[in-house]
Design a protein around this ligand. Structure first.
Ligand SMILES: [Zn+2]
Length: 407
């Protein structure tokens, strides 16, 4: 195994390297460990059933909490609620990962490789989910962890990171400021940097299994579209890479929030280079990434989206709330705003005729609603205070009334 620059092709030895020495470009893993499939039942029920496809050489370095191999379910009630739609909607339920987001896939691979390469600890700049994941896996591995997040990160995510016992640093301002601090701290402390932009090639490499999983779970038939919440975009790369290996060619849809959409802006302008976003403002904390200082991550993602024949689209906070509500109330899926963004995008693209009504679409539901309960708090709910629980008849009338109101 070695690392290779996606921009200039310069190769590097397998080390804790985060950028091309020749051009500063994004590094990716070339080669695979070739490990035998694990014998442990718990590992076989995780992405590590494909251990040979990943980057860990010594099975003793695998740090697993049961990540990957998440459910894929068709969403018939959502399909029925889409006007004129006669295709298929599938939900790839990444909320079911151990810490509640798809980041567990990256972190499990990245922390194992950090162990293998002799790191003393791990550090991660995060908008919350990757931080929670890193803290969880560091606890499992018995490694010290430092997590750097924007001070305005949703409380549920902060609580989760703190619960796992990591050192949690709150930084005022947008995500890119946390990103910069983590770069400096990792160098100073000699810790591995697990920040889940394109920074850590060993972590990003694991996401290729996501594309493979989708293909297998659809019965080895390709979807027409995969809709992916997109900050800097490693998940876009992972899905693209996984499908390339199968020979399938779904169109990839990078979904961003209107209040932070640097990749969508470049896509719509027909530009090759993505420029940073000044002032992110959206309830979708997971994709609120202005890319300041690592704009080339966005440009790379945009290139992959175009190569797939796909597109980039943004959605409003109001559309995100509608999508969150419908996922919960029509399909029983509790997703944070970022995780609901693919459904919001699907709706917009169908309404604008930019996606055919017979599409076979996969929505990547990337993060759990438990992480950001406040985002649901202002939604109309059917909650009633019971004055006298002994008066069953009165409570039954109240319920009848409430059911009639909702129709
Ligand atoms: Zn290079």
């Amino acid at each position: 195994m070695r690392l290779i620059c996606v921009d200039c092709g310069h190769t590097h030895p397998p080390a804790l390297s985060y950028a091309c020495e020749a051009c500063g470009g994004i590094l990716e893993v070339q080669g695979e460990s070739g490990l035998e499939p694990p014998r442990e039942v718990a590992l076989l029920a995780s992405m590590w059933r494909h251990a040979g496809r990943l980057c860990i050489n010594d099975p003793a370095n695998i740090v697993s909490l049961g990540e990957g191999l998440t459910p894929m379910r068709r969403a018939p009630r959502i399909e029925a609620a889409l006007p004129g739609f006669h295709g298929e909607v599938w939900l790839k339920d990444e909320t079911r990962n151990p810490s509640g987001s798809f980041k567990d896939r990256l972190v499990s691979a990245g922390i194992g490789k950090a162990l293998e390469l002799g790191a003393r600890g791990v550090i991660c700049a995060s908008s919350g989910n990757a931080g929670a994941s890193t803290a969880a896996y560091a606890a499992r591995a018995g490694m010290p962890a430092i997590i750097v997040v924007p001070a305005h990160t949703p409380a549920g995510k902060l609580t989760q990171i703190a619960a796992y016992g990591a050192i949690l640093l709150l930084v005022e301002g947008h995500y890119s400021r946390s990103y910069d601090l983590a770069l400096g701290l990792a160098r100073q402390a000699g810790f591995a940097n697990l920040t889940t932009t394109f920074l850590n090639p060993w972590a990003v490499d694991a996401l290729k299994l996501t594309g493979l999983e989708i293909f297998e779970q659809l019965g080895r038939v390709a979807p027409s579209h995969v809709l992916i919440p997109t900050g800097s975009g490693p998940l876009v790369k992972g899905v693209a890479q996984g499908f390339t290996e199968t020979g399938a060619t779904p169109k990839l849809v990078a979904v961003q929030a209107e209040g932070c959409a640097p990749i969508v802006r470049a896509f719509e302008a027909g530009a090759e280079a993505v420029t940073a976003w000044d002032t992110p403002r959206t309830i979708a904390s997971g994709i609120s990434d202005p890319l300041i200082g690592y704009e080339r991550d966005g440009s790379y993602t945009l290139k992959l989206v175009r190569r797939s024949g796909g597109l980039a689209v943004s959605v409003s906070d109001a559309a995100l709330r509608d999508a969150m509500r419908d996922l919960a109330r029509l399909e029983g899926v509790y997703a944070e705003p970022t995780g609901a963004s693919p459904l919001a995008a699907l709706r917009r693209l169908l309404a604008e005729g930019r996606m055919p009504p017979d599409a076979r679409a996969v929505c990547m539901i990337t993060g759990h609603g438990f992480k950001d309960g406040a985002a649901f708090a202002d939604m109309p709910a059917r909650t009633h205070r019971v004055a006298d629980p002994a008066d069953v008849a009165a409570v039954a009338r109240l319920c009848d009334h409430a059911m009639a109101e909702q129709g």
